[in-house]
Design a protein around this ligand. Sequence first.
Ligand code: PLP
Length: 393
Amino acid sequence: MTVSSKMRAFNEKSSWIRRMFEEGARMKAEFGADQVFDFSLGNPDVPAPPEFDAALREAAAETGPGVHGYMPNGGYPWVREALAEQVSAEQGVTVSAAEVLMTCGAAGALNVVMKALLDPGDEVIVLAPFFVEYHFYVDNHGGVARVVNCDDKFQPDLEAIRAAINERTRAVIINSPNNPSGQVYDQATLDALGAVLDEEGRRHGNTIVLVMDEPYRSILFDGHEAASTLRASRNAIVLSSWSKELSLAGERIGYLAVNPEIDERGALLEALTLANRILGFVNAPALMQRVVARLPNVTVDSGIYARRRELFRGILDRAGFDYPLPGGAFYFFPKTPIEDDVAFCRLLQEQRILAVPGRGFGTPGHIRLAFSVPDEVIERSEEGFLAAMQASR
Ligand SMILES: Cc1ncc(COP(=O)(O)O)c(C=O)c1O
C-alpha cells in the first residue's frame, strides 16, 4: 500500500466539498458553466482593490541583494512593526513586533500555533459547525479535536464548552465571522468565554489558549463590529490573513499575534517561530509581506457581499428557508426542509444548484451556501431553490 490508512480516512472525511467540486465540474461540462449555480466554494471572486495593484508594483520594483532572500523566520522586522501597530489598534491591546509572526495564510498560522502548543494526546476544542480543516491541523501535531456544538443561533455554548474541558485541554479554536454559519461573536460573548477558560485552566492547573481565527474580520454587515479577543483573554492568540480581506487566497499570506501577557510568553514566541521554520514554511512569502505592510486597513469592499447577502436573503425567504441571518463572512447556513441534508443537496443538484451538506461541517440537517459569486448567479438561482423546496414536500 502506498498511501497511509490515516490519509485514506482523511480523504474520505474531507470529501464533501471536494465531491461538490467534482460534481460541479461534471455539471458545468454537461450544461455549460453559466447554467450551473455553484455556491459550494468559499473562494472570493471580488478582485483585490486597486491599492493592492499599486503596492504590488512598488514592492516588485525593489531590487538589491537579499530582496528575495531568507529573512528572520517570523518575518521582516519592519513588516511585523507595521502589523503590530494595526493589531494594537484593532484589539485595543498594545502588541509589539516581537508578538507578531508573519505566516503562510491563516492555515499556516493555525498549524504553527498547534505545533507550538500540543503534546501527543492533548485536546483542542472546536465548535460545530466547524471549518473542517481544524481537525486535520490539530491531528497534524498529535492533538485530538473535541467537538462542542454551538447553540441554535450558532453562538458558543459556554456551559457545553466548560463541560468538555479536562486536564488535557490546551486550546479552544473559535472563528468569527464564522465559516460556515456567518455568525459574529460580540465582545460580551468573547469576554465570557475568556473567563470560562481562565477559570477552568486554573482548576486543572493548565493554560487553555483561546485561538481566534478571523480571516473574515472586516467582512461585516448591519453595523456588526469585530470584537477583541486579546481583550477577552490574557491567554489569547489572534490569527488572520489577507485571503478574504484582499482576495489574496492564492498568495498565502497571513499573520498571528500573541497577547503580550500570555503565560510563558518568551518560550511560546520561540516555539511559534521555530514551528514556522520547521513545518517547512521557513517564512511567509517575502514579496507579499512587503505588499501587505503597505496596505494597513485596506480591504475589499464588503458592501459587495452585503448586497449579495440581501439578494440571497430574499430568495431564501421566498423559498421558505429557516436560518439565522449572517452578520459577516459570505455564507448562509440554513436548515434543510428534510432531515437528510445530502438528499436535499441532490434535490438542489437536479436544479443545477451546488451546496455543501451541513454534515461536512459537523452539523447535519443544514446546507452551506457561499455567496462569493457574482450577483447574477444568485439572482438566476431563485427558480431552482423554489423548485427544490417544492420537491422536498
Ligand atoms: C474559517 C477559516 N479559517 C481559515 C481559513 C484558511 O485561510 P487562509 O487561506 O488564509 O489560509 C479559511 C479559508 O477558507 C477559513 O474559512
